[in-house]
Design a protein. Structure first.
Length: 376
């Protein structure tokens, strides 16, 4: 269907080490997309131009240091990864995602940093982490008028809580990690804002998008057996809200997966998860929620390297619903290190429409893409 992106992007990162125990990072990026000017800016909604034409923002900005032999402090904008899955989020809830163009890149490249204060305490081979999250930041979703926006009209405006150090709007998280011989395990707890909004009336009776406060308890487990890596995650959520119901819902997410690396230069992995709503009712089956009591998602990934690991080929097939009735995409990617400084990435993404709101009417959004990256 023609050109959808012609983006130039500059990303800068400064790392500073003040002593053996204290260091800092300041990183940011900016981009400008010429595709909108080439295609004609009047062909796009203002929301699309505001979200996708240009961007300038800080990424990770933090200070890290040791307060004592057992206690570390990390403060500032940062990314904290929970869980063991490489493709599906279950316990990984602390950082929102950039979902403006789903399927084009891996989960690890989608996380958005948030400002938090993080304390890590180390004892008996365990790591206890406590996080106070000061910045309220949600997913970057497709803008009204984009190929991936699911509705024919814009959604209501978002009601944003006060940010900063207001205790009423602060998010909290705890994690306990242990790495042992051949296996590792983690326990998680969080009280945070759900990245998925619902509609509710504000104090003046105007409908707005709101994000519910959700409680989460979860855990993750990995075990290595010869060429196999087996993984599992589970989480319990309380306080989830939907468009069509004013009640709080409870949900259990569970994931199992396996990764095999017994073939030469090849890694094969498969993960499957179920999101089960405990107090389900038929109201949330209707538009615009389209929610099911059980929502399945699976991911199959094959990665193989060639030419002394300078060429990497990856196939990722992600399916929503047991038979892809909720949607799906398949991505075929080639990454080549032309020199130590120049990386070439290209591929194709095929989409399948489904009942999941963000996959409705995306079947015509297939993408052919090429990226040239210069590291200096």
């Amino acid at each position: 269907h023609g050109l959808s992106r012609l983006r130039t992007k500059l990303a800068l990162e400064l790392d500073a080490k003040f002593s053996e125990s204290w260091q800092a990072r300041v990183a940011g990026h900016g981009f400008y997309d010429f595709a909108y000017r080439i295609q004609g800016r009047n062909e796009f909604t203002q929301e699309v131009l505001d979200e996708n034409e240009n961007e300038l923002e800080f990424d990770e900005v933090w200070l890290l240091g040791s307060i004592s032999d057992r206690l570390d402090l990390k403060a500032g904008r940062q990314i904290v990864v929970w869980g063991k899955s490489d493709n599906i989020r279950v316990t990984d809830v602390l950082n929102p995602l950039d979902l403006r163009e789903p399927g084009l890149t891996d989960l690890e490249n989608l996380r958005l940093p948030v400002t938090m204060t993080k304390l890590d305490y180390f004892i008996w081979g365990l790591n206890l982490s406590a996080m106070v999250i000061h910045e309220i930041r949600y997913n970057k979703d497709p803008a009204f008028g984009s190929d991936f926006f699911p509705a024919a009209q814009p959604l209501p405006t978002i009601e944003m809580p006060d940010t900063g150090f207001d205790i009423d709007n602060t998010q909290f998280a705890l994690a306990l990690h242990g790495i042992f011989h051949g296996w590792d395990a983690s326990l998680y707890s969080a009280y945070f804002y759900d990245d998925t909004p619902h509609i509710a009336d504000d104090s003046s009776g105007i409908q707005k998008l709101k994000h519910a406060r959700v409680k989460m308890l979860g855990g993750a487990f990995n075990i290595a057996m010869s060429n196999w890596l087996l993984k599992t995650e589970a989480a319990y959520f309380d306080g989830i809200r939907f468009f069509n119901s004013g009640q709080d819902f409870k949900r259990i997410d569970a994931l199992v997966g396996a990764e095999y690396s017994g073939f030469t230069d090849t890694t094969l992995s498969f993960e499957i998860a179920d999101r089960h709503i405990l107090n389900f009712n038929s109201q949330i089956e209707e538009s615009p929620d389209f929610t099911e009591e059980d929502r399945w998602v699976s991911a199959l990934r094959l990665t193989r390297t060639y030419l002394n690991e300078t060429l990497t080929l990856t196939v990722l097939a992600q399916t929503f619903g047991l038979t892809a009735d909720d949607g799906a995409f398949q991505r075929f990617t080639a990454e080549y290190d032309l020199t130590d400084a120049i990386e070439l990435t290209g591929g194709v993404v095929f989409y399948k429409s489904g009942d999941l709101p963000r996959f409705r009417n995306v079947g015509e959004n297939d993408r052919l893409y090429l990226e040239i990256r210069y590291n200096f």
